[in-house]
Write a protein that binds this ligand. Structure first.
Ligand code: COA
Length: 262
């Protein structure tokens, strides 16, 4: 691990894999980790060799144990405010990524680590993974979007249950709640499983995927009528793409399309 840049970067085919590499602190989010994730997300947005991004944690115990509580011990109230601001500025580019982002949850996802997982587009969990927002038990509330994003994923009642009780959900419960898209089979590495799950995305049409993410993500802030207008704007971006013409040609020629992202 390097504290200067505590995120390991790998690439498998068109999929970038970003591993928070702080196992001895259970991959918790230090200032350096947030800055590294922000930098990688900004760079990936314009890197054509990346079609999708997997975010995971080193080892099998923790995806991410949330805020780095050791780092936080030495912080003043204003330092904590600045750190919370850093969650917003450095994790927002990941959430707004035009490329699909998947959390491969390899162990516990707690607090800010859980919030990191829910700002990704999709989630795949190892069977031993556990997910929780323990903040209210620590006298605070989720500060990296948990109170806003969780109800949108699981509904108000379940979000309030998680936030007020702080109880840990196991992977099977998280799947039943629609909080994770998939639980990996026992004995299969969750990152390998995520890459296999991602195959249709990694070989898919990038402009269409970015337009779909944009249309869905915008829908939460607007009326249905306005959302349908926004969908039209996103649809238009696909209409002029070479990939759309390639898909039609491939259908006519009874072959698989070869998408180039143009
Ligand atoms: N920040 C900094 N260090 C952390 C950490 C965190 N959020 N979570 C764990 N660590 C450190 C521990 O202090 C310990 O360090 P030490 O060896 O110097 O004592 C090391 O990681 C291993 O922790 P341990 O508790 O022994 O590992 P575990 O695998 O049995 O349990 C957790 C892992 C994550 C379940 C447990 O450490 C935990 O509950 N951590 C706090 C999570 C939390 O409350 N996060 C904040 C939410 S707002």
């Amino acid at each position: 691990m390097s504290e200067d840049f505590p995120v390991r970067v790998d690439q498998r085919g068109a999929v970038a894999i970003w591993t928070i590499d702080r196992e001895e602190r259970r991959n918790s989010l230090s200032r350096g980790t947030l800055l590294a994730l922000g930098k990688l997300s900004r760079e990936a947005a314009s890197n054509d060799s990346i079609r999708a991004i997997v975010v995971t944690g080193a080892g099998t115990k923790a995806f991410c144990a949330g805020a780095d509580l050791k780092e936080r011990q030495g912080m003043s109230e204003n330092d904590v405010r600045r750190q919370i601001e850093l969650y917003r500025s450095e994790l927002r580019p990941l959430e707004a990524s035009p490329k699909p982002v998947v959390a491969a949850i390899n162990g516990v996802a707690l607090g800010g680590g859980f919030e990191l997982a829910i700002l990704c587009d999709l989630r795949v969990a190892a069977p031993h993974a556990e997910l929780a927002l323990p903040e209210t038990g620590l006298g605070i509330i989720p500060g990296a979007g948990g109170t806003q994003r969780l109800p949108r994923i699981v509904g108000e009642a379940r979000a309030k249950e998680m936030i007020l009780t702080g109880r840990r959900l196991n992977a099977a419960e998280a799947l039943a709640w629609g909080l994770v898209n998939r639980v990996s089979p026992a004995g299969v590495d969750v990152v390998d499983d995520t890459i296999a799950f991602l195959e249709p995305i990694a070989s898919g049409a990038p402009i269409a995927q970015a337009a779909a993410l944009e249309a869905i993500d915008r829908s939460f802030d607007v009326s249905l009528a306005h959302g349908l207008e926004l969908e039209k704007v996103s649809y238009d971006k696909t209409l002029v793409s070479e990939d759309r013409r390639e898909a039609l040609a491939a259908f006519a020629e009874k072959r698989k399309p070869r998408f180039t992202g143009r």
